[in-house]
Design a protein around this ligand. Structure first.
Ligand code: XIL
Length: 377
């Protein structure tokens, strides 16, 4: 093991310094993410955590395509960006479409990659039939029985194969304890115990019954920047755990901006990691990392990739990977997923070209990629 680690460090150093030579004049190095000699994120971070990306099933169709080769070389965990969401998997009450998810899980197994399931419940990308009954609001009983059927069918199909599920996504409110959603409105405090977590609890219990070994995640955004939201997450999860709900961990989406306050971020991770005081097995996952080089809602324009932006961008990535290493060393974090394969396919390109990923739209490695690799040495 020690020797292997040593050899790997040597290979990494060679790959990084070759890239640095190419990069001496400040240009983006001419190395592609799928090049055999290029460094690999999954190898570099093998002693810390799995590294992954959100992809789409069409990336997995042609083994000769640059996307396919990049995925197989760079990543040890993968998420489907959209194809495993309720609207795609279960668009009608009595009809499931599993073909894309099946292909995805097969690919992962063939490449020693861990597949994540994203997401069993969400307030968006969910078909309306969940909430309706003959043109009226569905009763709480009906919504809960649909949740149970939906979760049980999907999780049991992939029992033992999909080891991690985002069971619910974005359920914590931005101001109140829970997000206002159709799930919440229709189910409410069904069991009368004074909290409104009932639809969430039903989903976690059904997932656990379908696959008792699966890791079950409650996933959300802005936990790393908003301490009040992190506290709301802590309170909700603590109450549910105390009530016996089988939640294994919190997913930090990590859709961040270019430039972070690392100390503040570390504090927010600490709020969630306090769940370990009572639940020593509790984990954190990073589920959707990307670095938006625009303020939210900025008018459409392309990012101008200046020297300052590149420097800041590398610093942002190395800052957060520094934190991930610390969390991994504390035994809290073993999976980091980025939200997209490369700049060209990021969801952040709405109306303009953004620059959020470690890989360019031509699949070239950015300077920040090499900095992140170096950090693992
Ligand atoms: C996004 C996808 O990337 C887009 O293609 C889609 O149009 C909308 O959803 N938080 C999540 C992800 O949990 O599922 C979202 O993915 C991004 C924000």
């Amino acid at each position: 093991m020690r020797i292997l680690r040593y050899v790997r460090a040597g290979l990494l150093a060679a790959a990084v310094s070759a890239a640095m030579l190419l990069n001496a004049c400040g240009e983006i190095p001419e190395q592609y993410a799928y090049d055999e000699e290029a460094p690999s994120l999954r190898e570099a971070y093998a002693d810390y955590f799995k590294v992954g990306a959100a992809i789409n099933s069409w990336n997995l169709e042609d083994p000769e395509s640059p996307e396919y080769k990049t995925i197989a070389k760079q990543f040890s965990v993968l998420t489907l960006e959209n194809e495993s969401k309720p609207e795609n998997l279960h668009p009608e009450e009595d009809r499931y479409y599993f073909d894309k998810f099946d292909l995805f899980v097969d690919f992962c197994e063939d490449h020693d990659i861990s597949p994540r399931g994203h997401t069993l419940l969400w307030h968006t990308q969910v078909p309306d039939w969940f909430f309706r009954d003959n043109g009226h609001d569905a009763s709480a009983e009906l919504v809960l029985s649909r949740i149970k059927e939906h979760v049980t069918t999907i999780v049991s199909r992939y029992k033992g194969r999909v080891k991690t599920w985002d069971v619910v996504n974005e359920v914590i409110g931005d101001d109140g304890p829970l997000r206002q959603s159709e799930w919440l409105r229709l189910v409410g405090d069904y069991d009368g115990d004074g909290d409104d977590y009932d639809y969430i609890e039903t989903a976690f219990i059904a997932a656990h019954e379908a696959d008792p070994d699966a890791r079950l995640i409650i996933n959300d955004y802005s936990l790393e920047t908003s301490s009040s939201k992190a506290i709301r997450m802590y309170n909700a999860v603590k109450k549910m755990l105390d009530d016996g709900v089988p939640i294994s961990g919190v997913g930090f989406q990590m859709h961040i901006g270019n430039g972070v306050d690392l100390d503040a971020m570390r504090e927010n991770y600490r709020i969630i990691s306090r769940l370990r005081d009572d639940y020593p097995e509790f984990v954190i996952e990073v589920t959707e990392l990307d670095v938006n080089c625009y303020p939210w809602n900025a008018p459409p324009a392309d990012v101008e990739v200046t020297k300052e932006l590149l420097e800041q961008f590398s610093k942002t990535y190395t800052d957060v990977f520094t934190l991930f290493k610390e969390l991994s060393e504390d035994g809290l974090l073993d999976s980091v997923v980025m939200w997209g394969l490369h700049d060209g396919v990021s969801w952040l390109n709405n109306g303009h070209s953004n620059y959020p990923m470690l890989i360019t739209k031509e699949l070239k490695l950015k300077p920040a990629f090499y900095d992140v690799i170096k950090l693992a040495e």
